[in-house]
Design a protein around this ligand. Structure first.
Ligand SMILES: [Zn+2]
Length: 294
């Protein structure tokens, strides 16, 4: 694997300010000079949504990168256009000029520093392992994917990359502690690529603990389709610890507790994520697995 060009994106979702402020900091600190062997591009993903402090204007930008949509010039909307601009600048997807894309996001869930990896890619797993070795409270969230299928994420433009997801943080604000952790994770990502390109030997554990996506769990709804129960207080902020059968997950508006009812131990994440209410998603479930990274 040769990595020469890296793109760092913040503000793909306009109300997630951590990434945007990291871009500002990197410009002030002249990141290009620090890592001169790598060609680093800094991009504000969704400037209009950032200006208005909203997730998106017409459509989720991080779901706008399917090949068929990038090639569809009848598709209207700000993000449909913006995706084509970004694809032109960094891609084009499937013949990308950019080797590695780091897309910075934030979450209202208590997920610490989460590295989201889509698909089976040993290089990406090694980067994630390197970050985990150098920073506390790092979790790897792995979404298995069919390598022949197309994916709508901004990251899918380049052959390698990851999504950095930090939290808990409200939308539209910046927090020093979260910004600091995200920055370390980001710099460790670049450092890994830099050291690999400099042919330096890196000692990494042979196995990596990853949380593999199983499914999403919807909020309970009434006959009108409205959400009829909230996240139970015992589950709130418990992203990543094990969830066992019988543990409370929801509290209904009538005052009843709904318990987890699956036999297998699961590891919940994105608990009470603000951006998922309109999709009726309460949290996601993962299973913990060890992966060989060599
Ligand atoms: Zn986001």
């Amino acid at each position: 694997v040769r990595i020469n060009s890296v793109a760092i994106i913040g503000g793909t979702h306009g109300n997630e300010y951590t990434g945007v402020y990291l871009l500002k900091r990197m410009k002030i600190n002249k990141i290009h000079e620090k890592w001169e062997k790598l060609n680093i591009e800094l991009i504000l993903g969704n400037p209009k949504a950032y200006e208005k402090c909203v997730r998106f204007i017409d459509y989720d930008l991080n779901r706008s990168f399917l090949i068929k949509d990038l090639n569809n010039f009848d598709l209207s909307g700000y993000e449909a256009d913006r995706a084509k601009v970004i694809n032109h600048k960094l891609g084009p997807k499937e013949a990308s000029e950019t080797d590695f894309i780091i897309d910075i996001h934030s979450t209202t869930a208590n997920m610490g520093v989460s590295i989201i990896l889509h698909g089976d890619n040993q290089y990406n797993f090694k980067v994630a392992s390197y970050i985990k070795e150098h920073l506390k409270n790092v979790f790897i969230y792995y979404v298995p994917e069919d390598s022949n299928a197309d994916y709508p994420f901004l990251n899918s433009i380049s052959p390698y990359g990851l999504t950095l997801e930090v939290g808990p943080i409200a939308n539209g604000i910046v927090r020093h502690d979260i910004l600091e952790k995200a920055e370390i994770a980001l710099y460790k990502t670049i450092e890994f690529m830099y050291l690999m390109e400099s042919k330096q030997m890196l000692e990494l554990p042979r196995q990596l603990e990853v949380f593999e996506h199983v499914k999403t769990v919807d909020f309970p709804r009434n006959s009108q389709g409205e959400i009829s129960a909230i996240i139970h207080k015992n589950l709130q902020d418990c992203d990543y610890p094990p969830l066992e059968k019988g543990m409370p997950i929801f509290y209904t508006l009538e005052g009843n507790t709904i318990n987890f009812d699956e036999n297998e131990t699961m590891y919940p994440i994105f608990i009470n994520e603000a951006a998922y209410y309109d999709k009726n998603i309460a949290f996601s479930l993962t299973k913990k697995v060890l992966r060989n990274i060599y």
